[in-house]
Design a protein. Sequence first.
Length: 251
Amino acid sequence: MIVGFFHIVVFICGWYTLSVEAYVGNIPYRNQHAIAAINTNNDLAVWGDIWKGGFLPADAATNVKDVCSTLDMIAVVKHDGTAYVWGRTEGVTSTLTGVSQISATNGAMAILLTTGAVYAFGTAAIGGNTHDAQNDISSQLVGITTLYSNPSAFAAVDTAGKVITWGDASKGGSSAAVASSLTGGVGTIVTNEYAMAALKPASKSVICWGDSAKGGSCSTLTALQSEVVSIFATQTAFVALKVDHSVIAWG
């Protein structure tokens, strides 16, 4: 956490410089081509490749609640529920209203509306298409309360705690192998770059899916079937904290 007067100087193409001065509470958001920073007044500043997020739509600059990005797009949600997405398409900005949350993979975004519906777009193979012929989950994306993502897949949790997944099947986009355990009761999901782990608060148990070598398989770990209170992730593994303060690691 960085708190205080923050002065950023960025060198672009060797000579051009851009200076941003603001109070900030967090390290700036970034993708491969642009950076965005929010100050304590909820104002946004961006810089970098103007075609991939470095161009800031004027209406997106104030009252910002949250920011997320793909490798070449940036999105913001404002406190009034308006969302703006830009980059990739040479400065063209998409505007949506009634937005609760935006989540992103490396090449796709999923937008959760206040109605509980979800709209996804971007690279289909990593979550940009919920109508895929092999995995059409669009009809299930109703009553959603929270979105989660890693670089390749999305997961959505509905009001009953049911989990719906899509994107790269090998990295969390398919939870078919544990679907019977994800029909309800999930409180939160933690992701690493290759897998996902869900915590069910009532049973204090953990359900995992994705790349089995990177944390996507945990059914044989009996210690994760009860008394788990929190899950944490590294790039390729997970750690669970139990009620008795013991720690279980896998991946």
